[in-house]
Write a protein that binds this ligand. Structure first.
Ligand SMILES: Nc1nc(=O)c2c([nH]1)NC[C@@H]1CN(c3ccc(C(=O)N[C@@H](CCC(=O)O)C(=O)O)cc3)C=[N+]21
Ligand SMILES: [Mg+2]
Length: 296
């Protein structure tokens, strides 16, 4: 039986509608959640994502400002902007789009952000809070993956989960979240031996390696839940202007084996932005001392 296709686009729209309601209530009490996105350089994919973030934040009734800086921006200039946004009471969330152009140190940039406004969950304080089980701002993409997993599976206790990829933004925090949800967690990466065998043991397979179509259909355990975090643009076919967008999983083959699977596009990507808005509302409420989920 072919897999259930997990509709991240619809789930994201539902979450953003609930957030819009919540924001309306907050705005009525004078608290308009504010997001600041910083984009350095001209990476075309980043420009697309940043535009979506700004549009969806506005649609949810939030304040959103995007700072577009030239690729030649110095570390000191970037530090100064972050310092101003840290001090700005109308700004509750600060996100610096990654990757940064060469010459800018991503660790230094992330550490300059006030942890209370770290809606990407990348500051060492956020990372430490997540790892130690304290309330934390959680990175948006793994947070979105967990929402989809809970929606499909309910309780994840005891499941064997494999995360392929160990990035700070995705693989590492995903491992922490699955562990907190009582999964038995393995984190694999480009140097893992017998990756196919590791995959075949997984009840939950999260592919975040950044390699197009890397996970084959016969690597999937029958009935497994597959979350594909990859977004890769293939080279254009002759006569086409743009190449096809594919994930890290060979979707067409995997959907014949998996129990449930996310498509690309329309799976994890839209959840990332919804969770960014959720984190911004969360940060605004914490700063204002407002308890969430009451007036929504
Ligand atoms: N500091 C930082 N935080 C991030 O969260 C961050 C980042 N840097 N750098 C780049 C990645 C990528 N990312 C995506 C957001 C939305 C979609 C998305 O909406 N995708 C849609 C459309 C895809 C398309 O058509 O291009 C989909 O998958 O259906 C994808 C990818 C956030 N990132
Ligand atoms: Mg890797």
């Amino acid at each position: 039986m072919p897999a259930h296709i997990i509709d991240g686009k619809a789930f994201s729209a539902g979450l953003r509608a609930r957030l819009a309601d919540e924001v309306k209530g907050l705005a009525g009490r004078g608290l308009v959640p504010g997001l600041a996105v910083i984009l350095v350089g001209e990476d075309p994919a980043s420009q697309v994502y940043v535009r979506s973030k700004e549009r969806m934040a506005r649609e949810a009734g939030m304040a959103s400002t995007t700072y577009r800086l030239p690729a030649e921006t110095t570390q000191a200039e970037l530090d100064a902007l972050i310092g101003r946004l840290n001090a700005d009471e109308a700004v509750h969330g600060i996100l610096v789009q990654l990757p940064l152009p060469a010459g800018l140190d991503p660790h230094r940039v992330v550490e300059a952000i006030d942890p209370a406004k770290d809606v990407d969950g990348l500051h060492p304080v956020s990372v430490g809070n997540l790892a130690s089980g304290a309330p934390a701002l959680v990175p948006c993409t793994p947070k979105g993956c967990m929402m989809l997993l809970r929606d499909v599976l309910g309780d994840l206790t005891g499941a064997r989960a494999l995360v392929v990829g160990r990035s700070n933004l995705m693989g590492k925090p995903m491992g922490q979240l699955l562990l907190a949800a009582n999964c038995t967690v393995t984190v694999a990466h480009s140097r893992t031996r017998d990756l196919a065998e590791e995959c075949r043991r997984a009840d939950i397979l999260v592919a975040a390696a950044g390699r197009p179509l890397m996970v084959k259909g016969d690597w999937i355990k029958p009935g497994a839940t597959v979350i594909d975090v990859g977004i890769n643009r293939l080279p254009p076919e002759p006569g086409q202007e743009k190449g096809r967008l594919v994930g890290d999983v060979d979707f067409d083959a995997a959907k014949e084996v998996a129990g449930a699977i996310t498509p690309v596009p329309g799976g994890v990507g839209p959840m990332t932005i919804a969770c960014l808005l959720d984190n911004t509302v969360e940060a605004a409420c914490r700063m204002a001392g407002v308890e969430r989920g009451r007036d929504a």
